[in-house]
Design a protein around this ligand. Structure first.
Ligand code: F6R
Length: 243
């Protein structure tokens, strides 16, 4: 809590615009910055706003690099529900970022351990993540880092919890089609980002938001580690704000 900046927006749309301000400022300051991106419903207003701002000439993504948090294990990049496809459809195909400057963990990696190591190396080679975007799961997960007895450090493979599988089934034909495993940046990877913006919207996130920033730091609430990061901006809407 010590360093967390908290902004309460009226609604999810406004939260997206306020987050876009942070991205715009970062890209203006450092045109070749490295941004960490997330999938899910929460970032959609932000992504729409970023696309609009580039069209309006306010942002230039042509030198920006992006690294995504996570990907389902076993899905091809072109699979309808892969996070790579989600990113192409909702942001990357609509801005001037160069395809070779965007990375998402490879769901179909032949050697998963090596893929995870290479993912870390690439981020390191780029000089680290300047600005990381995060959403939060109802169990406090960030990326696919689920409640655990410890904070996993690096990009790694995870088994998804029943809660996450259930939350994500809305995107698949049936719950049986939801992959049971995924690759995700570790908590260490996320904490190494120079700046973090977390967006939390909707009444269903109120309880976990309270635990995350006003509870104890506990690997059973993975996002609670953010209390120890020195540059976090939390942008939530009125429905999610716990007070
Ligand atoms: C997605 C990710 C996840 C989501 C979280 C919330 O890349 O990292 O941790 O941020 O599951 O998802 P939504 O925004 O759909 O509620």
């Amino acid at each position: 809590m010590l360093h967390t900046r908290i902004i309460v927006a009226k609604n999810a749309e406004e939260a997206g615009k306020l987050a876009a301000d942070v991205f715009e400022a970062e890209i203006q300051k450092k045109p070749a910055c490295v941004i960490g991106l997330a999938t899910g419903s929460t970032p959609l207003p932000l992504y729409r706003e970023l696309i609009a701002r580039e069209k309006a000439g306010k942002i230039d993504f042509s030198r920006v690099r992006s690294a995504n948090l996570d990907e389902y294990k076993g899905l091809e990049p072109t699979h309808e529900q892969s996070y790579r496809k989600f990113m192409q459809d909702n942001l990357l195909d609509h801005i001037s970022i160069k395809p070779e400057n965007t990375i998402v963990p490879l769901g179909k990696a032949e050697d998963p351990d090596k893929m995870c190591e290479d993912y870390e190396k690439k981020i390191e080679e780029w000089g680290g993540v300047d600005l990381q975007l995060l959403g939060i799961g109802h169990d406090g997960h960030i990326g696919f880092n689920e409640p655990e007895d410890y904070f996993p450090a690096m990009t790694h493979e995870v088994q998804l919890t029943d809660m996450t599988i259930d939350a994500n089934k809305r995107f698949f034909d049936s719950i049986d089609d939801v992959p049971r495993a995924a690759f995700t940046m570790g908590i260490g990877t996320i904490m190494a980002a120079k700046k973090i913006v977390m967006i939390v919207t909707g009444a269903d996130k109120k309880e976990i938001l309270k635990k995350t920033f006003w509870g104890k730091v506990d690997p059973q609430v993975p996002a609670s580690i953010l209390q120890f990061h020195n540059d976090v901006t939390l942008i939530c809407d009125e429905e999610a704000y716990p007070f």
